[in-house]
Design a protein. Structure first.
Length: 220
């Protein structure tokens, strides 16, 4: 039996990308919760470069960076696929997954800033959401059709967290009337069985991010 381990911290959106991919593929794994304020020797050994979670360890070999881990999972356990079969559709899926990585970070910057920096991150976040609403989300249930794929996983790790961050910050970016496609997608995504059963607890998330925001405001 192949040994699959996953190192993470429960409120991490990057961790959840990996959890969702493993669950969708039906790959069993052992999970280890890391304390990022006191990183374990195992984490430092497995990710000496960035010292960050998530880390997937497959038969003793560590793989870091959520996007790279998703690629590894797709290649190691191809069924069911997270990328479309058609080469063009596959290229498009990779394009939007990269867009999520390049532009999605704005919502986390928004959370960790105030003043002008915060305003700029808010503007960037809105632009990112608008681009997806207008160019990537169609009438389909998920980004690439009827099944969850790599783009859904990449954006799930942004938008599910955005909903909580909006509550903590007391503002709303993803309004239903201005982003109807996003709203339909979020509903479909969160209701998908393997996602619904593998989401962090919303109340615990709220508490965690409220505390984090208070700490940041106390010493920005
Ligand atoms: N680009 C990385 C980001 C991972 C990341 O930022 N992880 C955070 C937790 S959400 C972390 O481990 N932070 C520890 C640190 O920065 O020291 C990925 O996609 O995996």
């Amino acid at each position: 039996m192949e040994e699959v381990k996953l190192l993470g911290t429960w409120p991490s959106p990057f961790l959840y990308r990996v959890i969702w991919a493993l669950k969708l593929k039906g790959v069993p794994y052992d999970y280890t919760e890391e304390d990022l304020s006191d990183k374990s020797p195992l984490l430092l050994q497995y990710n000496p470069v960035h010292k960050k979670i998530p880390v997937l360890v497959h038969c003793g070999k560590p793989i870091c960076e959520s996007t790279i881990i998703l690629e590894y999972i797709e290649q190691t356990w191809p069924q069911p696929p997270l990328l479309p079969n058609d080469p063009y559709d596959r290229a498009m899926a990779r394009f939007w997954a990269k867009f999520a990585d390049d532009k999605g970070y704005a919502i986390f910057i928004m959370f960790h800033t105030t003043g002008e920096e915060h305003e700029k991150a808010m503007k960037d976040s809105l632009e990112m959401l608008r681009t997806i609403e207008d160019h990537a989300l169609g009438e389909k249930k998920f980004f690439s059709g009827d099944i969850i794929g790599v783009v859904d996983i990449a954006f799930g790790g942004i938008v599910v967290w955005l909903e909580v961050l909006e509550d903590v910050l007391g503002m709303k970016l993803l309004e239903a009337h201005t982003f109807p496609r996003w709203h339909a997608w979020i509903k479909n995504f969160k209701e998908a069985p393997l996602i619904k059963d593998n989401l962090p607890d919303r109340d615990e998330m709220l508490m965690f991010f409220k505390l984090l925001r208070q700490k940041y405001l106390a010493s920005p």
